[in-house]
Ligand binder design. Structure first.
Ligand code: HEM
Length: 290
């Protein structure tokens, strides 16, 4: 009941304000810690630089037309954390869940890892380019479980026709990525099936990339407003998963299949949390990462 909104009967507005205050407190602490570190480092050698350090340096002396610099830095950092955390972790969770339910695919991922990396060292960033099967697995997982199933709202800038409908300029549009990714006209013959091979040479989706060039597959959106972090997220997720599959045997409690129920919301969550049993599969000295 919109005109009763101000009463906040369900307490949502109050909860949002509380969360916002808590977040701000964390961000203010971060920025202070980084400033302090910078002051300490002036005499010593420069330590490792992170995103906030880069923001602080690039904002130095910049005039933001009256906007407070700290507010701008905090908002940008918050945007990165909010945009990057659930998206990446949910994608990895869905991929892991899929592989636990598709053991032959997991075995094939392992064989590729053992072939290109062996078992005497850890996977490194440079290895990922050789892991074409794993790359296909991650794509196939993002096809079936795009973490932003409805992308984010966009507004049409001009009148247009979509699927026979007239869309006037200024219409708010949601693109149903989840449905596009399972469209039987595009993903023929088995749109619902988890089959990474379709992205490999000779498969029907050979050469289909995540950059939104083919409108049947756009887990990161498409066009100039697509996810700005696609170049970071894709290789990072591949590397983390490669390490996980390479270094650990994976199982589920009692060997039960993973429940693949999907929650409703802006981000595609699992309705039942994923429980995984892990045991090391390499020799013990390979687990002392820096
Ligand atoms: C699997 C990982 C990820 C997926 C699937 C994903 C997907 C998306 C999608 C679908 C959008 C909306 C694009 C549109 O407007 O059409 C988006 C926007 C965005 N993403 Fe990602 N993302 C991922 C990881 C990340 C990471 C790691 C970061 C940051 C480090 C990030 C930062 C952002 C930001 C800031 C926006 C909003 C851009 C704007 O101002 O319009 N994303 N992402």
């Amino acid at each position: 009941v919109p005109w009763l909104e101000w009463l906040d009967l369900q307490g949502y507005i109050k909860a949002m304000k509380r969360t916002s205050k808590e977040l701000e407190a964390v961000l203010v602490t971060w920025i202070e810690e980084h400033r302090q570190k910078k002051r300490d480092e002036t005499d010593n050698a420069e330590g490792e630089q992170d995103f906030m350090d880069a923001m602080l340096s690039s904002m130095e002396g910049v005039d933001l037309a009256g906007l407070d610099t700290d507010t701008a830095i905090n908002a940008t950092v918050l945007n990165m954390v909010a945009g990057g955390m659930d998206t990446s972790s949910f994608t990895m969770t869905w991929t892991l869940a899929l592989l636990l339910n598709h053991r032959p695919v997991l075995d094939k991922v392992r064989r590729e890892l053992d072939l290109h990396v062996g078992t005497a060292r850890n996977v490194e960033e440079k290895d990922v380019a050789n892991l074409v099967y794993l790359q296909a697995v991650v794509k196939e997982s993002m096809r079936l479980y795009p973490v932003g199933p409805l992308s984010v709202p966009h507004e049409s800038t001009a009148d247009c026709q979509v699927g026979g409908y007239h869309i006037p300029a200024g219409t708010r549009l949601l693109t149903n990525l989840w449905k596009l990714h399972r469209d039987p006209q595009v993903w023929c013959p088995d749109p619902e099936e988890f089959r990474p091979e379709r992205f490999l040479a000779g498969g029907e989706a050979e050469g289909v990339e995540v950059r939104g060039q083919q409108f049947g597959f756009m887990p990161f959106g498409s066009g100039r407003w697509m996810c700005p972090a696609v170049n970071l997220a894709q290789p990072l997720i591949q590397l983390i998963l490669a390490r996980l599959f390479h270094e650990f045997e994976l199982g589920t409690p009692g060997g039960a299949p993973v429940d693949m129920g999907e929650g409703l919301g802006l981000a595609l969550t699992k309705t039942v949390p994923l429980e995984v049993l892990i045991t090391p599969r390499l020799s013990s000295h390979l687990y002392h990462h820096q």
